[in-house]
Design a protein around this ligand. Structure first.
Ligand SMILES: [Zn+2]
Length: 418
Protein backbone atom coordinates (compact mmCIF):
# COMPACT_ATOMS: atom_id res chain seq x y z
CA UNK A 1 0.00 0.00 0.00
CA UNK A 2 1.37 3.36 -0.85
CA UNK A 3 0.25 6.84 0.06
CA UNK A 4 0.21 9.74 -2.33
CA UNK A 5 1.24 13.28 -1.46
CA UNK A 6 -2.38 14.31 -1.65
CA UNK A 7 -3.41 11.99 1.17
CA UNK A 8 -1.09 13.80 3.56
CA UNK A 9 -1.63 17.32 2.40
CA UNK A 10 -4.27 18.29 4.92
CA UNK A 11 -2.34 17.03 7.92
CA UNK A 12 0.80 18.80 6.75
CA UNK A 13 -0.91 22.17 6.37
CA UNK A 14 -2.52 21.98 9.80
CA UNK A 15 0.77 21.14 11.47
CA UNK A 16 2.44 24.18 9.92
CA UNK A 17 -0.20 26.70 10.99
CA UNK A 18 -0.39 25.28 14.51
CA UNK A 19 3.30 25.94 15.15
CA UNK A 20 3.32 29.48 13.70
CA UNK A 21 3.70 32.12 16.40
CA UNK A 22 2.14 35.59 16.45
CA UNK A 23 4.47 38.51 15.64
CA UNK A 24 6.41 39.97 18.60
CA UNK A 25 5.59 37.20 21.03
CA UNK A 26 5.76 38.16 24.70
CA UNK A 27 8.47 35.58 25.45
CA UNK A 28 11.85 36.65 24.03
CA UNK A 29 13.16 34.57 21.15
CA UNK A 30 15.87 32.01 21.77
CA UNK A 31 18.69 31.49 19.33
CA UNK A 32 18.61 27.95 17.92
CA UNK A 33 21.53 28.01 15.53
CA UNK A 34 24.04 30.28 13.85
CA UNK A 35 25.24 29.23 10.41
CA UNK A 36 28.11 30.99 8.70
CA UNK A 37 28.58 30.24 5.03
CA UNK A 38 31.66 31.85 3.50
CA UNK A 39 31.50 32.11 -0.25
CA UNK A 40 33.73 33.73 -2.88
CA UNK A 41 31.28 36.52 -3.65
CA UNK A 42 29.79 37.03 -0.16
CA UNK A 43 29.50 35.53 3.30
CA UNK A 44 26.09 34.56 4.59
CA UNK A 45 25.31 34.54 8.31
CA UNK A 46 21.98 32.99 9.28
CA UNK A 47 20.60 33.38 12.80
CA UNK A 48 17.81 30.90 13.40
CA UNK A 49 15.53 31.67 16.33
CA UNK A 50 12.27 30.54 17.94
CA UNK A 51 10.04 33.60 17.35
CA UNK A 52 10.05 36.91 15.45
CA UNK A 53 12.50 39.63 16.55
CA UNK A 54 12.87 43.33 15.74
CA UNK A 55 16.23 44.57 14.51
CA UNK A 56 18.11 47.52 13.09
CA UNK A 57 21.66 47.76 11.82
CA UNK A 58 24.35 50.25 10.86
CA UNK A 59 27.94 50.32 9.67
CA UNK A 60 30.80 51.88 11.64
CA UNK A 61 33.67 52.74 9.29
CA UNK A 62 35.91 54.68 11.63
CA UNK A 63 37.92 53.90 13.66
CA UNK A 64 39.00 50.65 11.97
CA UNK A 65 38.14 47.82 11.76
CA UNK A 66 34.95 48.37 9.78
CA UNK A 67 32.09 46.97 11.81
CA UNK A 68 28.52 45.93 11.15
CA UNK A 69 26.40 46.55 14.24
CA UNK A 70 23.03 44.82 14.58
CA UNK A 71 20.70 45.63 17.47
CA UNK A 72 18.16 42.89 18.05
CA UNK A 73 15.15 43.32 20.32
CA UNK A 74 13.05 40.46 21.73
CA UNK A 75 16.05 38.11 21.78
CA UNK A 76 17.29 36.35 24.89
CA UNK A 77 21.02 36.79 25.51
CA UNK A 78 22.71 33.56 26.60
CA UNK A 79 26.21 32.13 26.79
CA UNK A 80 25.11 29.64 24.14
CA UNK A 81 24.35 32.57 21.82
CA UNK A 82 27.77 34.08 22.48
CA UNK A 83 29.46 30.74 21.76
CA UNK A 84 27.48 30.16 18.56
CA UNK A 85 28.39 33.59 17.21
CA UNK A 86 32.07 33.05 17.94
CA UNK A 87 32.42 30.22 15.42
CA UNK A 88 33.79 32.33 12.55
CA UNK A 89 36.33 30.63 10.29
CA UNK A 90 39.72 32.40 10.27
CA UNK A 91 39.74 32.16 6.47
CA UNK A 92 36.39 33.89 6.03
CA UNK A 93 36.99 36.53 3.32
CA UNK A 94 34.80 39.17 4.96
CA UNK A 95 34.34 38.56 8.69
CA UNK A 96 37.15 38.39 11.24
CA UNK A 97 35.03 38.08 14.41
CA UNK A 98 31.48 38.29 15.74
CA UNK A 99 30.69 39.39 19.29
CA UNK A 100 27.45 39.80 21.20
CA UNK A 101 26.44 41.48 24.45
CA UNK A 102 23.35 42.65 26.29
CA UNK A 103 23.21 46.34 25.21
CA UNK A 104 20.26 47.52 27.28
CA UNK A 105 17.45 45.68 29.06
CA UNK A 106 15.68 44.82 25.81
CA UNK A 107 18.46 44.84 23.20
CA UNK A 108 21.17 42.36 22.29
CA UNK A 109 23.92 44.03 20.28
CA UNK A 110 25.79 41.88 17.74
CA UNK A 111 29.00 43.34 16.31
CA UNK A 112 30.78 41.88 13.29
CA UNK A 113 34.38 42.94 12.74
CA UNK A 114 34.96 43.03 9.00
CA UNK A 115 38.21 42.50 7.11
CA UNK A 116 37.24 45.04 4.45
CA UNK A 117 34.53 47.60 3.74
CA UNK A 118 31.30 45.84 2.87
CA UNK A 119 27.71 46.31 1.79
CA UNK A 120 25.43 44.29 4.05
CA UNK A 121 22.06 42.97 2.96
CA UNK A 122 19.74 41.94 5.80
CA UNK A 123 16.43 40.21 5.57
CA UNK A 124 14.05 38.09 7.60
CA UNK A 125 12.67 34.71 6.68
CA UNK A 126 9.58 33.04 8.10
CA UNK A 127 9.56 29.37 9.13
CA UNK A 128 9.40 26.71 6.41
CA UNK A 129 9.58 22.92 6.43
CA UNK A 130 13.32 23.07 7.09
CA UNK A 131 13.93 26.06 9.37
CA UNK A 132 12.36 28.30 12.03
CA UNK A 133 12.49 32.13 12.01
CA UNK A 134 15.70 33.47 10.50
CA UNK A 135 17.61 36.71 10.29
CA UNK A 136 19.93 36.49 7.32
CA UNK A 137 22.92 38.81 6.76
CA UNK A 138 24.77 38.71 3.47
CA UNK A 139 28.10 40.52 3.67
CA UNK A 140 28.93 41.64 0.13
CA UNK A 141 31.98 43.58 -1.06
CA UNK A 142 31.55 47.38 -0.82
CA UNK A 143 29.52 48.78 -3.72
CA UNK A 144 27.47 45.62 -4.24
CA UNK A 145 24.07 46.17 -5.88
CA UNK A 146 21.24 43.70 -5.25
CA UNK A 147 20.21 41.37 -8.06
CA UNK A 148 17.52 42.58 -10.38
CA UNK A 149 16.21 39.63 -12.31
CA UNK A 150 13.26 41.71 -13.51
CA UNK A 151 15.70 43.91 -15.42
CA UNK A 152 17.45 40.91 -16.93
CA UNK A 153 14.19 39.37 -18.08
CA UNK A 154 12.98 42.71 -19.48
CA UNK A 155 16.27 43.14 -21.38
CA UNK A 156 16.14 39.64 -22.78
CA UNK A 157 12.50 40.01 -23.78
CA UNK A 158 13.40 42.81 -26.22
CA UNK A 159 15.02 40.24 -28.47
CA UNK A 160 12.97 37.13 -29.17
CA UNK A 161 14.75 34.14 -27.68
CA UNK A 162 13.34 31.70 -30.19
CA UNK A 163 12.00 33.41 -33.32
CA UNK A 164 9.09 31.55 -34.81
CA UNK A 165 9.45 30.27 -38.34
CA UNK A 166 7.07 28.55 -40.70
CA UNK A 167 7.87 24.84 -40.86
CA UNK A 168 9.18 23.72 -44.26
CA UNK A 169 7.21 20.52 -43.88
CA UNK A 170 5.33 18.82 -41.10
CA UNK A 171 7.67 16.89 -38.82
CA UNK A 172 7.64 13.12 -39.24
CA UNK A 173 4.57 12.09 -37.35
CA UNK A 174 4.67 9.51 -34.62
CA UNK A 175 1.77 9.12 -32.22
CA UNK A 176 2.02 12.03 -29.80
CA UNK A 177 1.81 11.18 -26.10
CA UNK A 178 -0.59 14.08 -25.54
CA UNK A 179 -2.92 14.20 -28.50
CA UNK A 180 -4.46 17.40 -29.75
CA UNK A 181 -1.36 19.60 -29.58
CA UNK A 182 0.62 20.98 -32.47
CA UNK A 183 4.01 22.61 -32.95
CA UNK A 184 5.51 25.29 -35.06
CA UNK A 185 9.09 24.06 -34.94
CA UNK A 186 11.96 26.51 -35.25
CA UNK A 187 14.34 26.05 -38.21
CA UNK A 188 17.10 23.49 -37.81
CA UNK A 189 19.95 24.92 -35.79
CA UNK A 190 23.43 24.76 -37.20
CA UNK A 191 24.98 25.06 -33.73
CA UNK A 192 24.88 22.82 -30.68
CA UNK A 193 21.79 22.52 -28.52
CA UNK A 194 22.50 24.21 -25.21
CA UNK A 195 21.12 22.13 -22.32
CA UNK A 196 21.26 23.76 -18.90
CA UNK A 197 21.56 21.14 -16.16
CA UNK A 198 20.35 22.46 -12.83
CA UNK A 199 21.38 20.54 -9.70
CA UNK A 200 18.69 21.44 -7.15
CA UNK A 201 19.55 23.18 -3.85
CA UNK A 202 23.16 23.54 -2.59
CA UNK A 203 25.16 25.24 0.14
CA UNK A 204 22.96 26.76 2.86
CA UNK A 205 19.94 25.04 1.28
CA UNK A 206 20.37 21.25 1.70
CA UNK A 207 17.01 20.35 0.16
CA UNK A 208 15.38 17.27 1.67
CA UNK A 209 17.37 15.08 4.05
CA UNK A 210 16.90 11.29 4.19
CA UNK A 211 16.83 9.16 7.33
CA UNK A 212 20.38 8.00 6.69
CA UNK A 213 21.37 11.68 6.46
CA UNK A 214 21.56 11.70 2.68
CA UNK A 215 21.34 15.31 1.51
CA UNK A 216 19.28 16.04 -1.58
CA UNK A 217 21.81 18.71 -2.63
CA UNK A 218 24.58 16.07 -2.89
CA UNK A 219 22.44 13.58 -4.83
CA UNK A 220 21.29 16.24 -7.32
CA UNK A 221 24.86 17.40 -7.96
CA UNK A 222 26.07 13.81 -8.48
CA UNK A 223 23.31 13.14 -11.04
CA UNK A 224 23.97 16.50 -12.72
CA UNK A 225 27.66 15.63 -13.19
CA UNK A 226 26.76 12.24 -14.67
CA UNK A 227 24.25 13.85 -17.03
CA UNK A 228 26.84 16.39 -18.13
CA UNK A 229 29.34 13.59 -18.85
CA UNK A 230 26.77 11.84 -21.07
CA UNK A 231 25.98 15.04 -23.01
CA UNK A 232 29.69 15.81 -23.35
CA UNK A 233 30.04 12.69 -25.51
CA UNK A 234 27.20 13.77 -27.81
CA UNK A 235 28.45 16.31 -30.38
CA UNK A 236 24.93 17.70 -30.93
CA UNK A 237 24.74 19.12 -27.40
CA UNK A 238 26.47 21.66 -25.22
CA UNK A 239 25.70 20.93 -21.54
CA UNK A 240 26.10 23.69 -18.93
CA UNK A 241 25.63 23.41 -15.16
CA UNK A 242 24.01 26.06 -12.93
CA UNK A 243 26.28 24.91 -10.11
CA UNK A 244 29.34 22.66 -10.05
CA UNK A 245 29.99 22.66 -6.29
CA UNK A 246 28.17 22.69 -2.96
CA UNK A 247 27.17 26.36 -3.14
CA UNK A 248 23.90 28.22 -2.74
CA UNK A 249 22.57 29.59 -6.02
CA UNK A 250 19.32 31.60 -5.79
CA UNK A 251 16.56 30.35 -8.09
CA UNK A 252 16.51 33.65 -9.99
CA UNK A 253 20.20 33.32 -10.74
CA UNK A 254 19.63 29.87 -12.27
CA UNK A 255 17.01 31.35 -14.60
CA UNK A 256 19.33 34.23 -15.49
CA UNK A 257 22.16 31.76 -16.15
CA UNK A 258 19.95 29.93 -18.65
CA UNK A 259 19.02 33.19 -20.37
CA UNK A 260 22.58 34.51 -20.48
CA UNK A 261 23.76 31.27 -22.09
CA UNK A 262 20.92 31.20 -24.62
CA UNK A 263 19.72 27.84 -23.35
CA UNK A 264 17.59 25.69 -25.63
CA UNK A 265 16.51 23.30 -22.89
CA UNK A 266 16.54 23.36 -19.09
CA UNK A 267 16.42 20.35 -16.79
CA UNK A 268 16.30 20.71 -13.01
CA UNK A 269 17.24 17.67 -10.92
CA UNK A 270 15.73 17.03 -7.50
CA UNK A 271 14.84 14.25 -5.07
CA UNK A 272 11.38 14.14 -3.55
CA UNK A 273 10.39 13.96 0.12
CA UNK A 274 7.20 13.46 2.03
CA UNK A 275 6.10 13.07 5.64
CA UNK A 276 5.32 9.38 5.14
CA UNK A 277 8.30 7.10 4.45
CA UNK A 278 6.09 4.97 2.20
CA UNK A 279 5.71 7.68 -0.48
CA UNK A 280 7.86 6.63 -3.41
CA UNK A 281 8.52 6.90 -7.11
CA UNK A 282 9.91 9.16 -9.78
CA UNK A 283 8.04 12.11 -11.28
CA UNK A 284 8.46 14.97 -13.75
CA UNK A 285 7.15 18.53 -13.46
CA UNK A 286 6.54 21.13 -16.12
CA UNK A 287 5.35 24.71 -15.78
CA UNK A 288 1.62 25.19 -16.08
CA UNK A 289 0.36 28.39 -17.63
CA UNK A 290 -2.97 28.53 -15.90
CA UNK A 291 -1.70 27.56 -12.48
CA UNK A 292 -0.88 24.42 -10.59
CA UNK A 293 -3.18 21.58 -11.53
CA UNK A 294 -3.41 19.94 -8.17
CA UNK A 295 -3.26 21.02 -4.56
CA UNK A 296 -0.30 18.74 -4.02
CA UNK A 297 1.62 20.35 -6.83
CA UNK A 298 0.85 23.76 -5.34
CA UNK A 299 2.10 22.67 -1.95
CA UNK A 300 5.30 21.41 -3.49
CA UNK A 301 5.77 24.57 -5.55
CA UNK A 302 5.59 26.58 -2.33
CA UNK A 303 8.21 24.57 -0.48
CA UNK A 304 10.51 24.53 -3.52
CA UNK A 305 10.25 28.28 -3.94
CA UNK A 306 11.24 28.82 -0.33
CA UNK A 307 14.81 28.27 -1.48
CA UNK A 308 14.51 31.66 -3.08
CA UNK A 309 13.26 33.23 0.13
CA UNK A 310 16.42 31.87 1.72
CA UNK A 311 18.21 33.55 -1.18
CA UNK A 312 16.61 36.87 -0.33
CA UNK A 313 15.05 37.72 -3.67
CA UNK A 314 11.49 38.92 -3.71
CA UNK A 315 9.87 35.86 -5.21
CA UNK A 316 6.44 37.41 -5.77
CA UNK A 317 7.83 40.26 -7.86
CA UNK A 318 10.01 37.93 -9.90
CA UNK A 319 7.22 35.46 -10.40
CA UNK A 320 4.84 38.17 -11.57
CA UNK A 321 7.21 39.74 -14.10
CA UNK A 322 8.61 36.39 -15.19
CA UNK A 323 5.11 35.10 -15.69
CA UNK A 324 4.10 38.10 -17.80
CA UNK A 325 7.16 37.90 -20.02
CA UNK A 326 6.76 34.18 -20.30
CA UNK A 327 3.18 34.52 -21.48
CA UNK A 328 4.28 37.00 -24.12
CA UNK A 329 7.00 34.77 -25.51
CA UNK A 330 6.18 31.56 -27.26
CA UNK A 331 4.35 30.31 -24.23
CA UNK A 332 2.48 27.71 -26.17
CA UNK A 333 5.61 26.34 -27.81
CA UNK A 334 7.41 26.13 -24.50
CA UNK A 335 4.54 24.53 -22.61
CA UNK A 336 3.84 21.86 -25.21
CA UNK A 337 7.47 21.08 -25.82
CA UNK A 338 8.14 20.71 -22.09
CA UNK A 339 5.12 18.50 -21.59
CA UNK A 340 5.99 16.16 -24.44
CA UNK A 341 9.63 16.00 -23.42
CA UNK A 342 8.44 15.08 -19.93
CA UNK A 343 6.24 12.26 -21.23
CA UNK A 344 9.08 10.82 -23.28
CA UNK A 345 11.38 11.08 -20.26
CA UNK A 346 8.86 9.18 -18.12
CA UNK A 347 8.97 6.30 -20.65
CA UNK A 348 12.67 5.90 -19.79
CA UNK A 349 12.33 6.66 -16.08
CA UNK A 350 9.65 3.98 -15.64
CA UNK A 351 12.21 1.38 -16.70
CA UNK A 352 14.44 2.23 -13.74
CA UNK A 353 11.93 3.04 -10.97
CA UNK A 354 8.23 3.07 -10.06
CA UNK A 355 6.54 6.25 -11.24
CA UNK A 356 5.03 8.41 -8.50
CA UNK A 357 2.68 9.84 -11.10
CA UNK A 358 2.10 8.67 -14.66
CA UNK A 359 1.18 12.22 -15.66
CA UNK A 360 3.47 15.20 -15.92
CA UNK A 361 2.79 17.17 -12.77
CA UNK A 362 2.38 20.87 -13.38
CA UNK A 363 3.50 23.58 -10.98
CA UNK A 364 4.75 27.14 -10.87
CA UNK A 365 8.39 26.46 -10.07
CA UNK A 366 10.48 29.55 -10.69
CA UNK A 367 13.33 27.53 -12.24
CA UNK A 368 10.96 26.33 -14.95
CA UNK A 369 10.13 29.90 -15.97
CA UNK A 370 13.05 30.83 -18.20
CA UNK A 371 11.19 32.65 -20.99
CA UNK A 372 10.84 30.59 -24.16
CA UNK A 373 13.00 27.71 -22.90
CA UNK A 374 11.34 24.28 -22.57
CA UNK A 375 12.02 23.19 -18.99
CA UNK A 376 11.51 20.03 -16.94
CA UNK A 377 12.01 19.30 -13.26
CA UNK A 378 12.78 15.66 -12.42
CA UNK A 379 12.15 14.26 -8.95
CA UNK A 380 14.55 11.33 -9.26
CA UNK A 381 13.07 9.31 -6.33
CA UNK A 382 11.92 9.87 -2.72
CA UNK A 383 14.84 10.53 -0.41
CA UNK A 384 12.35 10.15 2.48
CA UNK A 385 11.67 6.53 1.46
CA UNK A 386 14.37 4.31 3.01
CA UNK A 387 14.64 2.01 0.01
CA UNK A 388 14.76 4.84 -2.52
CA UNK A 389 17.22 6.75 -0.34
CA UNK A 390 19.52 3.73 -0.53
CA UNK A 391 19.20 3.72 -4.34
CA UNK A 392 19.77 7.47 -4.64
CA UNK A 393 23.12 7.06 -2.89
CA UNK A 394 24.44 4.60 -5.48
CA UNK A 395 26.44 5.56 -8.57
CA UNK A 396 24.50 2.95 -10.51
CA UNK A 397 21.08 4.52 -9.87
CA UNK A 398 22.37 8.06 -10.36
CA UNK A 399 23.78 6.96 -13.72
CA UNK A 400 20.44 5.39 -14.72
CA UNK A 401 18.56 8.59 -13.88
CA UNK A 402 21.03 10.63 -15.92
CA UNK A 403 20.72 8.20 -18.84
CA UNK A 404 16.89 8.31 -18.72
CA UNK A 405 16.88 12.13 -18.74
CA UNK A 406 19.30 12.14 -21.68
CA UNK A 407 17.19 9.59 -23.60
CA UNK A 408 14.01 11.59 -22.99
CA UNK A 409 15.58 14.78 -24.30
CA UNK A 410 17.05 12.98 -27.34
CA UNK A 411 13.67 11.43 -28.18
CA UNK A 412 11.88 14.78 -28.07
CA UNK A 413 14.58 16.60 -30.05
CA UNK A 414 14.45 13.80 -32.66
CA UNK A 415 10.70 14.35 -33.06
CA UNK A 416 10.85 18.15 -33.09
CA UNK A 417 14.35 19.47 -33.76
CA UNK A 418 15.24 22.68 -31.96
ZN1 LIG B 1 14.36 19.66 -4.26
Amino acid sequence: MSYSRRAFLKTGTLAISATALPAHAATPAEMLDVRIWPNKSYTRVTLEHTSPVRFKYFMVRSPKPVRLVIDVKDLKFTEKLRAMLAKVNKNDPYISAIRAAQFDHETVRIVMDLKQDATPELFESKPNSQYRYRLIFDIHPAGYKPDAIEEEIAKASKEPVKPEAKPASKPASKPAPNKGTSHKPAPKRPSKIVVVIDAGHGGEDPGAVGRRKTYEKHVTLAIAYKLKAIFDKDPAYKPLMTRTADVFVPLGKRVRFAMANKANLFVSIHADAWTSPSAKGTSCFALSITGATSTAARWLAQSQNEADIIGGSNFNDIAASGQKTFLDMNAEFKAEYSLEMGYLMLRHLEKINTLHSKKIEQAQFLVLKTPGVPSILVESAFISNPEEERKLRTDAYQQKVAQAIYRGIKDQVARYPL
